[in-house]
Design a protein around this ligand. Structure first.
Ligand SMILES: NC(=O)c1ccc[n+]([C@@H]2O[C@H](COP(=O)([O-])OP(=O)(O)OC[C@H]3O[C@@H](n4cnc5c(N)ncnc54)[C@H](OP(=O)(O)O)[C@@H]3O)[C@@H](O)[C@H]2O)c1
Length: 459
């Protein structure tokens, strides 16, 4: 139990935590408000789950509710009141009465007619996704007062959607994540607030849940299970959208797993290269790699993104793969003259080959994704494979792939949260507004429209 407490102490004392509870706690100092925020988040989780290990275990956190409650008390004791004996008092006087933030909200509509606007598949894309040709935004009216919602399902008003590359892969036949039927709503992870639940009244109206809500404004979804919605993980004062980015399964957790769990992690002094480094997973992976003391080079498209990698993320160098005056290979030779020890690959294709050619003895290549190959090449045998793979044998190097769901861990959660709190990790977001922007944003993922995590905020 010692390690989590130490990590929590980090969170409590960090300066980059949201201070929005200062007024409601009545405590003046930043430290107490930070602790109150953390305490409130813990309490929300405990209240939601009781002693059930459910969602936390599924998310890889594996922390029973009772332990969470104890940790909350200890945290409150050490930071709000300065001693364990007064922790219970803190819980009684402050935490229970705090208004909830990440856990629930008052939904603006509970009964009556609502319009669901959703993106549906019109035609299987031939190559790159083309919004006007392949998908369509349609509307349907839902009468909440007569809608029969069975137990185990609920209706959500969706608030935020994550824009993820896997969605494009599901538009093709034979997709690894499952093929989307024609006319079905585009898959999307997100979160929203319960408008209506089944006869047992669970989950409660107003509860905020996250999971597969799909690209729509009103989602009728399963509660629980891998494909259903779950209570949100504790964010410790971060904005709600962090649940999709920094602390999102397909973003922060993916980056953590690729850097620290899929292969021998980078070491101080080694050379790390990250492709799609200005994107969601890549930008976090590059910063995590930097935290090990390695020299980190990011690959991205265009001078603006490359400047961002060096100036904002403080990487040691950047390679512009779109620069027509040179090649990726020539830029790698200049920045990594002794080869590459660790490659975090999001792109595949010729980029993977360029790095394979320059892999150092004992080097590791971690295949996180291959976005350059997603537009129609998967499942039909036209993925551009690595022709330089024999360099693995010559240099005693290894190449390994992973799926984040195979590598979820509680250490990922604590590392991401505490590194952010300590200023070692920055999470940049590109936020689009309105359901109309979802499909264009998805198309833009393949043309480099955004920097950092791409999300769509619904009204
Ligand atoms: N293994 C797992 O479990 C797992 C989980 C989640 C995500 N992923 C993978 O992680 C990768 C990144 O996903 P993300 O959601 O974080 O997206 P993202 O990096 O935020 O967006 C994709 C980026 O890829 C770059 N890109 C697009 N087409 C390219 C091409 N042809 N060549 C080179 N770069 C290209 C674009 O940046 P530029 O402007 O630089 O072109 C774009 O910013 C994807 O490959 C995804 O499949 C894997």
């Amino acid at each position: 139990m010692r390690l989590p407490i130490l990590l929590l102490a980090h969170i409590a004392t960090a300066h980059r935590v949201d201070f929005n509870l200062t007024a409601t706690t009545g405590e003046g100092s930043n430290t107490s408000s930070i602790a109150a925020t953390a305490l409130q988040n813990f309490t929300a989780v405990v209240e939601t789950h009781g002693s059930d290990r459910g969602v936390l275990s599924r998310a890889g956190l594996g922390i029973p509710g009772k332990l969470m409650q104890r940790l909350a008390l200890i945290l409150a004791a050490s930071t709000v009141l300065g001693g364990p004996l007064r922790a219970v008092e803190a819980k009684a006087s402050n935490a229970i009465s705090l208004p909830c933030t990440s856990r629930c909200t008052e939904p603006s509509v509970q009964e009556g007619r609502v319009i669901n606007r959703k993106w549906v598949l019109k035609a299987r894309p031939k190559g790159a996704l083309e919004v006007s040709r392949d998908v369509e935004l349609v509307e349907e009216e839902i009468d909440l007062s007569t809608l029969d919602v069975p137990d185990g399902k609920c209706v959500l008003k969706v608030e935020m959607l994550s824009v993820d590359a896997f969605v494009r892969t599901m538009l093709d036949e034979g997709a690894y994540h499952g093929t989307l039927p024609m006319g079905a709503t585009l898959p999307a992870i997100g979160y929203g607030v319960v408008l209506k639940a089944g006869p047992k009244g669970s989950p409660k109206v107003g509860a905020r849940l996250s999971g597969m809500v799909n690209a729509q404004t009103i989602a009728t979804v399963d509660v629980g299970g891998m494909l259903g919605v779950q209570p949100m993980l504790p964010l410790f004062g971060l904005p709600l959208s962090a649940s999709l980015g920094l602390l999102g399964i397909t973003t922060g957790f993916t980056a953590y797993a690729g850097v620290f769990a899929a292969a021998q992690p980078p070491k101080s002094g080694e050379v790390v290269v990250v492709s799609a480094a200005s994107g969601a997973v890549g930008s976090i992976a590059a910063q995590l790699a930097k935290s090990t003391g390695a020299k980190v080079i990011g690959i991205a498209g265009g001078p603006k993104k490359c400047e961002w990698l060096v100036e904002t993320l403080k990487l040691d160098g950047a390679i512009d793969y779109k620069d027509s005056s040179t090649t990726v290979g020539a830029q790698l030779d200049k920045l990594c003259p002794d080869g590459v020890n660790f490659f975090f690959d999001n792109v595949g294709g010729s980029t993977l080959d360029d790095v394979l050619f320059r892999i150092a003895p004992g080097g590791r290549i971690v295949i996180c994704g291959a976005i350059s190959q997603y537009s129609g090449n998967l499942n039909v045998g036209t993925v551009q494979g690595p022709s330089n793979y024999l360099k693995l044998a010559e240099r005693g190097a290894t190449m390994v792939g992973y799926n984040v769901l195979q590598k979820l861990s509680s250490m990922g959660f604590w590392t991401l949260r505490t590194y952010h709190a300590r200023g070692l990790l920055e999470m940049h977001e590109t936020k689009f507004s309105g359901i109309d922007t979802f499909a264009p944003a998805l198309q833009g993922l393949f043309t480099g429209l955004h920097i950092g995590k791409c999300v769509v905020e619904l009204e």
